[in-house]
Design a binder for this molecule. Structure first.
Ligand code: NAG
Ligand code: NAG
Ligand code: NAG
Ligand code: NAG
Ligand code: NAG
Length: 301
């Protein structure tokens, strides 16, 4: 009976210490700097307490890097830390080779201010109804995309060939009439949902200035996001081999260091290290595990 009691208590103790770790351990995570082939640097982070707290919970790394918005998770194709842009791909949108029904691309308000589609990203809306706002009152939201027309897409993409239609005209003759389409930017789809826009399909293309004279087969499909970084000055931390991060609870800046080389202040190693708290936690943890193991043996025997 006492054996069981002892076991139960040490078990309870272990669970409690594991579930409610002291604040010092929240800084003990090391930050991964690569996800798939995408380098992860400030302000982004894929581990708890890494990167800027502003981007907290927006990214996950399950073999590949994913950016999550209220409308879904989108695979990140590249990040340009110089230009401060990121290219994501929406697998549910239409492209030159696949036709998929429209759906909304939505971002949270905070994402709209921090990391939103750049003005180089063109939203091409296809097969818009006669009542579509972009066909009527908001026609001026549509622009010419580097000299390209919808008819060009309708005739060069296998997926959009369905829109290369002819309709009977008069009695015997037919005429080439393609459904209305609109090249516009993110603001349009942000303000009006796809249902309001009333266009059955869409795609997004990045007009990086090289789209003129290039056929739709060779366009780069995807969404380029332009992000902002609050310069917090984390060179000191980075140079010491750390990653700029934050405390999970308070969101206060922390320089995340790898392994035991941990000093949750401004830089890794050296400096004014308060190792006391850290090693105490470790000893505590090991003691508990040991106690648990011993009591387990004791109970079994
Ligand atoms: C993480 O990424 C996957 C894609 O592999 C996605 O399906 C999932 O929803 C994401 N998880 C979170 C919590 O965002
Ligand atoms: C084009 O839009 C109309 C509604 O405006 C819809 O009935 C039709 O199915 C759409 N065409 C395709 C190929 O989806
Ligand atoms: C598109 O339609 C026009 C007129 O019907 C036709 O001449 C042309 O061959 C079509 N293009 C394709 C790629 O189907
Ligand atoms: C079709 O042609 C006939 C005779 O050529 C004409 O009477 C009729 O009005 C035409 N219909 C339409 C819809 O154009
Ligand atoms: C339609 O075609 C027939 C012959 O195929 C011709 O007799 C008739 O005049 C044509 N109608 C129109 C409206 O073009």
């Amino acid at each position: 009976m006492t054996k069981l009691f002892f076991f139960f208590f040490s078990f309870l103790y272990t669970i409690t210490t594991l579930t409610f770790p002291p604040l010092t351990t929240s800084a003990a995570t090391s930050c991964r700097t690569l996800c798939g082939n995408i380098p992860i640097n400030y302000p982004f982070g894929i581990d708890g307490g890494c990167g800027s707290p502003q981007y907290r919970g927006m990214f996950n790394c399950s073999t590949d890097l994913y950016f999550t918005t209220p409308s879904g998770s989108y695979k990140v194709q590249s990040i340009d830390y110089e230009k401060k842009t990121m290219v994501i791909f929406d697998p549910a949108m239409s492209t030159c080779s696949i036709l998929q029904p429209h759906h909304d691309f939505k971002m949270a308000d905070i994402q709209n201010t921090l990391i939103r589609p750049s003005y180089d990203t063109v939203f091409a809306l296809f097969n818009c109804s006669n009542d579509s706002p972009v066909h009527n009152r908001y026609r001026n939201l549509c622009f010419n995309a580097a000299g390209h027309s919808c008819d060009e897409l309708y005739s060069s993409c296998t997926s959009f060939r369905i829109f290369n239609t002819t309709s009977p005209y008069g009695n015997n003759s037919t005429v080439h009439t393609t459904p209305y389409c609109c090249f516009t930017n993110y603001d349009t789809v942000r303000v009006m949902s796809m249902n309001i826009l009333d266009c059955s399909h869409y795609t997004t293309v990045i007009d990086n200035g090289k789209m003129r004279g290039v056929g739709p087969l060779d366009w780069s499909y995807g969404i380029e996001l332009s992000y902002s970084v609050t310069e917090i000055g984390c060179d000191r931390c980075r140079k010491s081999g750390g990653t700029c991060g934050f405390d999970a609870e308070t969101e206060i800046f922390l320089c995340q260091c790898s392994g035991s080389n941990n000093n949750p202040t401004r830089e890794c190693g050296g400096g004014m290290t308060d190792r006391g708290g850290c090693s105490f936690t470790n000893i505590n943890f090991i003691t508990t595990l040991l106690t648990m193991f011993m009591s387990f043996i004791y109970t079994v025997l």
